[in-house]
Design a protein around this ligand. Sequence first.
Ligand code: PAF
Length: 265
Amino acid sequence: MRIVRQIDELRRAAADFPGLAFVPTMGNLHDGHLALMQLARERARHVCASIFVNRLQFAPSEDFESYPRSFEADCARLRAASLDLLFAPDETVLYPEPQTFVVEPPTIAGELEGHFRPRFFHGVATVVLKLLNCVQPRIAVFGKKDYQQLHLIRAMVRQFDLPVEIVAGETVREADGLAMSSRNAYLSATERAEAPHLQRVLQKVKAGMECAEAVQILTARGWKPDYLEVRRRSDLAAPEAGDQERVVLAAARLGSTRLIDNLEF
Ligand code: PAF
């Protein structure tokens, strides 16, 4: 595996790997990330990942400084997964000057996650656009766990005519149903035992329960839900009668940890 830290170095290395598949990450890799690498490998001969904790997508009150960083362990996992190329830029490489141009995402970015994290998708879209420009992959893989992020990246790629195919990876879960996430590491033992209930209430909504009741159940169990809503899959708008393809999306705090999850139906 080649590790590159500079953009010109990356471009030279990427030229050796035509038709590259790309998996952007913020590191602290778990089996969910590795499943995305595997999916990338099934779709392309060569796979590149990036590790970059993107300050632009964190609000000042959020966990940018304390976000788990485990570069050596991540590299070991990526080598074991036979990754070809890793782009691991410093902040000064990706943001050598203040990033005053930013991607302005559509209004849906102000709902759900964006309602609670107002500049989050500006930061995500901006760094993903930069990373895609740097790596210039043929395909890029994103997980469905970040459902709204996936939706917005697809829209950005379409509307800016970016020459890349976006591939969606299914959410990887622990044996008890908890969606894998770097932030699961923040959970205490008691919270970890409670955490799978987020997915369990989403399954109840899929089976017909009203969202308001699901919120009540979570609240009674000690969660602080930010949102739990059913949306239309195609554009994440509120579903209308006859919309068959739906998704229920939720974010809720357990202690100081904020978890998100979703379920298509
Ligand atoms: O999903 C993530 O890990 C991040 O939002 C991403 C896509 C790597 C951009 O920083």
